[in-house]
Design a protein around this ligand. Structure first.
Ligand SMILES: *[C@@H]1O[C@H](CO)[C@@H](O)[C@H](O)[C@H]1NC(C)=O
Ligand SMILES: *[C@@H]1O[C@H](CO)[C@@H](O)[C@H](O)[C@H]1NC(C)=O
Ligand SMILES: *[C@@H]1O[C@H](CO)[C@@H](O)[C@H](O)[C@H]1NC(C)=O
Ligand SMILES: *[C@@H]1O[C@H](CO)[C@@H](O)[C@H](O)[C@H]1NC(C)=O
Length: 388
């Protein structure tokens, strides 16, 4: 795998160009190309990137304490003890944490907006009323963005206090558009009694729905795209506890489930390569979060983590996870109420609640993906406006 990347690098004329510009830069600093100063970030996705959209829409389904305890000291709409990858990303450009589009209280969109919603899928799910999935799938998130853009114009034109909470018109072209969605399309199939084979066969259709929405967003003027692939779902307590007979790999992750995630990622990577040809003005970066996330399970000590497959905030069994009660809930055991709180040291743990990562894990993953070591083309976050 690494060899393949290296070989590709050396055969890529663009890499020569990059090397040339590094050389030129060291000779003449004035020639240094400007980094991408994204004045705004527009994010689309699911719970791994939801900063409060689901909590604003369906308060009863939103995260409860101890979510948020590490950093925000309140749930803050995130299924995590603290910050998400998107929080670290916004912060790295000096921006505030993104306000959810769906939150009508206290939102400030001057440097971006977050359309992500926990439980969101790329494809429309049937009967979401009874299920664990969000109605705000990727298509609806796009249509919210389609409304958002002209509405900000209208509000700016009115002036006054609300105008100051809107992004400037030119920010829509200059912004970074970020995406983290797809995991729930896989788990919707897995928990919806599809065979893994059937879920795997459905991935090309999931990806084509994804890329058609990317095209729609491009057609509204977006140019810089930062697109996460999907993580190793077979390492999550929710899969490990529910499919206890699944064959495990050498690091204790359910092999077949991870293979489906890898197949999704391969499909996505190829679709984005095709999209670069179709959308010549776009800078499209495929971001491999699978590999850095997987390394948290294969080599937890390297990052100061322990018990990587055990939820910090959960209940019962080998993985500290139960379908009957979630993080922040209460369960009656022998007539006694037990509160599902946090483990002692979330900062030394990978998994927060069985499905989502801890702030500490999110930070490790963010540091790795922002360096450019896991992106295609191999560019760091602050160059994600460069076209290849
Ligand atoms: C909105 O956010 C911007 C950028 O962080 C900040 O300068 C501005 O004061 C905020 N507006 C309000 C009303 O808080
Ligand atoms: C999956 O099958 C189980 C057992 O046959 C059933 O109880 C459950 O309701 C099914 N789930 C869905 C989403 O169809
Ligand atoms: C999934 O489907 C792809 C083709 O899209 C195939 O190459 C791969 O072997 C399949 N993987 C699994 C785990 O079924
Ligand atoms: C499992 O979750 C409980 C909260 O219900 C927590 O107190 C405990 O520390 C967790 N166990 C482990 C091993 O993290």
């Amino acid at each position: 795998m690494e060899f393949a990347i290296l070989t590709k690098l050396f055969h890529n004329p663009l890499v020569s160009l990059v090397l040339w510009s590094i050389a030129a830069t060291s000779l003449n600093p004035a020639m240094a190309t400007k980094r991408c100063d994204f004045p705004a970030i527009f994010n689309f996705g699911a719970s791994n990137a939801d900063t409060g959209g689901l909590a604003a829409s369906f308060p009863f389904a939103g995260p409860k304490p101890p979510n948020g305890e590490t950093f925000f000291h309140r749930p803050a709409g995130r299924f995590c003890d603290g910050r998400l990858i998107i929080d670290f990303l916004a912060n790295s450009f000096g921006h505030n944490y993104l306000s959810p589009y769906l939150d009508s209280m206290g939102s400030n969109f001057s440097h971006g907006a977050n359309f992500a919603s926990a439980g969101a899928t790329i494809r429309l799910q049937q009967g979401f009323g009874q299920s664990r999935f969000s109605p705000f799938n990727f298509g609806y998130q796009y249509s919210q963005f389609e409304r958002f853009k002209p509405t900000t114009q209208f509000i700016r034109d009115q002036g006054g206090v609300f105008a100051t909470l809107m992004p400037r018109e030119e920010y829509f072209d200059e912004a970074l558009y970020t995406f983290d969605i797809g995991q729930n399309d896989l788990t919707a199939g897995i928990f919806g009694n599809m065979t893994l084979q059937q879920v795997n066969v459905s991935t090309p259709d999931i990806i084509s729905t994804f890329t058609s929405n990317i095209k729609n967003i491009y057609n509204l003027g977006a140019r810089s795209f930062w697109i996460h692939n999907t993580g190793p779902i077979g390492c999550l307590p929710t899969i490990l506890a529910n499919f206890a007979s699944a064959e495990l790999d050498e690091y204790g992750c359910a092999k077949a489930y991870n293979e489906v995630a890898q197949s999704f990622n391969q499909n996505l990577k190829e679709a984005l390569a095709q999209l670069r040809k179709e959308l010549p003005l776009a800078a499209i970066t495929y971001v491999d979060i699978y590999t850095p996330k997987y390394s948290l399970f294969s080599n937890p000590k390297k990052y100061g983590f322990e018990l990587p497959h055990v939820a910090c905030c959960g209940y019962g069994g080998k993985y500290n996870f139960s379908n009957s009660v979630g993080c922040g809930g209460t369960i009656k055991v022998n007539g006694k109420d037990i509160f599902v709180g946090s483990c002692e040291r979330p900062s030394a743990r990978v998994i927060w609640d069985g499905t989502h990562y801890t702030e500490a894990a999110n930070k490790v993953v963010f540091d790795q993906i922002s360096s450019g070591a896991f992106t295609d083309p191999p560019i760091p976050l602050n160059r994600a406006c460069d076209r290849y």
